[in-house]
Design a protein around this ligand. Structure first.
Ligand code: HEM
Ligand code: HEM
Length: 135
């Protein structure tokens, strides 16, 4: 059985979504543990790198097939998901390093809202991706 590029793309992105959900659950429910932030931070960064890898596979796949990038709603939702995952990660680091109290509160709210948005967009994008392949 030959594995196709879209399967690698879909698998990488689904793994990325699972990681995003796991790190959010760790932050929400396991913050009593002294390891939570260390694990949250490093696993979240791995998740974002996984999503970036999935994007590279998608870009390469389109380059080697139709050559027409961003031709579907899925592609735009996907690009938005990748951007959201990146910004969520950046606000996470900003939250941790922010010096001003007001900034820390702002970044916390921003970070949590972005995390929920990232997971929601990724879920919808996966649904649309399945539609592209099986629809
Ligand atoms: C959160 C998950 C996902 C993200 C962020 C994502 C992102 C993207 C992006 C940005 C592109 C456009 C690449 C380009 O035009 O250069 C793309 C293309 C594509 N994706 Fe996804 N994707 C996801 C999940 C999936 C899944 C689960 C499937 C299949 C089951 C899938 C199937 C495809 C296919 C077939 C294309 C190529 C469309 C074309 O020919 O232009 N994607 N994806
Ligand atoms: C895709 C990546 C990430 C997701 C989905 C995510 C998700 C979340 C969620 C849902 C919370 C809030 C938990 C709660 O209180 O209910 C949180 C808190 C936090 N996250 Fe992340 N996170 C990500 C990446 C990061 C990174 C890379 C850092 C880096 C240092 C980070 C640092 C923090 C900190 C410091 C908090 C505690 C905020 C506070 O209570 O003041 N996060 N994260």
């Amino acid at each position: 059985m030959q594995i196709e590029l879209w399967q690698i793309h879909a698998g990488t992105m689904t793994t990325g979504l699972i990681i995003v959900i796991v790190v959010a659950l760790i932050a929400r429910f396991l913050r009593g543990k002294n390891w939570w932030l260390r694990v949250h931070k490093s696993v979240a960064s791995i998740g974002t790198l996984t999503v970036l890898a999935g994007f590279s596979v998608a870009f390469y796949m389109v380059t080697t097939t139709s050559g027409v990038h961003f031709a579907y709603l899925h592609s735009y939702m996907g690009l938005t998901s990748v951007t959201l995952a990146l910004i969520t990660t950046i606000t996470g680091y900003a939250r941790q390093r922010g010096k001003l109290k007001v900034n820390r509160t702002l970044f916390r709210r921003l970070h949590i809202s972005l995390a929920v948005l990232t997971a929601s967009f990724m879920t919808l994008t996966i649904y649309m991706g399945l539609g592209l392949v099986y629809g």
